[in-house]
Design a protein around this ligand. Sequence first.
Ligand SMILES: O=P(O)(O)OC[C@H]1O[C@@H](O)[C@@H](O)[C@@H](O)[C@@H]1O
Length: 367
Amino acid sequence: MPPPTPPFLLPLLPARVRRNYRGGRQLDLLAGAARPADGSEPESWLGSTTVALNPGLPPQPGEGLTRVGSGAGTPTLAAELQAAPDFYLGREHAAQLGPQLGFLAKLLDAAIRLHIQVHPTAEFARARLQSPHGKLEVYHILAVRPDAAGEIWLGFQHPPTRAEWRRIIEEQDIAAMAACFEPIRVQPGETWIVPGGLPHAIGPGVLMVEVMEPSDWVVRCEFEREGVVVPPAGRFMGRDLDFCLDVFDYLPRSVELVRTLCRLQPRWLAGDASWELQELAGAGRTRCFSLRRLSARGTATLPGDGRATLVIPTRGRGTVSVEDETIAVAPGTAAFAAAAAPGLEFFPDHRQTGPTEWLLVSPAGPG
Ligand SMILES: O=P(O)(O)OC[C@H]1O[C@@H](O)[C@@H](O)[C@@H](O)[C@@H]1O
C-alpha cells in the first residue's frame, strides 16, 4: 500500500510567548478568553518553527513553537514539516533550509511602549554571529487602541555618536536615549519594514502581524520599561556592549526619510471584480519571505505556486479549502497550506457581511 498522503491543510494552534513588555489583551479577546487582560505574554506566534529565546526567564522547553490542532493530539508544526518536508515546503526549500519555515510570523499586542532595541542584519549575523539569519522584520498594523496615538520609533532621527550611545546605554540615560528618536505615526492597514541595524521601539496600543527572519537576535539597550526589567542575560545576545554597538546604524534618518524607506506600498498582483491580491513585502526587500494580502467580497481562488503558505485571517471569518479539505479560520488563528497544494480557495462565512481579509506569508524560496 502506498503511504497515506498527509493533509494539504493544517489548522494551527498559535503559541503565546513571554516577552519583556506587557500586552496581550487583544489576543485574549480574539481567543475568546473569559477575562481578557494585559500580561507577560503579549505575543502569539502563529507560524513558528523557531524556539523563543527568553534568557533570564525560567526555561519553557519548546516555547514559541506553533502546534497543529487535529484530533490526534497537537504535534508541533516543525514535527509535521519534518515528517514530509518536500510535500509541505517544496523540494528545493527543504533541500536548502531543511524542515524550517524560513520565517517567523506572530501577532504582537503591545500595552506599553516596548524597550528600544535593534536587530542584526543577515550580513552581520553571518559574519559575526555564525548564524544564517538576522532579524529583519515587517509590521502589518491591524489596530491601534482608542487611548493610544499609534506610533513607532524607527531609526535615529538625532543620532548619537558611537561613544555617546555607549554612555547612554551604560548609564541608562533614558531621556537622552529617547531624544535620539521622533515618533512616527502608523495606521491600521499600513505595512512597515524594519531592516537590521535600525534601532526601534513599538509604541503602546499597537496590534500588528509581524513577519520576520526566523531568529530571535536582539540587542536590548533599554533595560527597564514600566517596571518590566530585561534580565542581564537578555540584553546583549550573549556578547558585550562593544560588540553590540557594531549592530547599530548611526546614520541620521528624518521621519520623512524613514517613511520613504520603510513604509511599504502595496503592489497589485491579481484579482477580479470580487477579490484582490496585493504584495505587501516581497523579494525586493527580504530574501526570507513574501507577505501578500487577499481582500475578498466573496469567494477567491488562488492557484498553487509550489510554495508553502501561512494563512492569517485579519478581517472576518471564513474557510480555506484545498480540494476536499476545508478548515475554518478566524482572526487570532491561522492555517498552513502545503507547497504541494494545487490551489487555495477562500470562502467567507455565511454570516459574514463585509469583506474578508487574509494575509498570506510564504517562504521566499531557496536562493
Ligand atoms: O520583549 P522582547 O523579547 O525584547 O521583544 C519584543 C519584541 O520586539 C519587537 O520589536 C519585535 O522584535 C518582536 O519580534 C519582539 O518579540
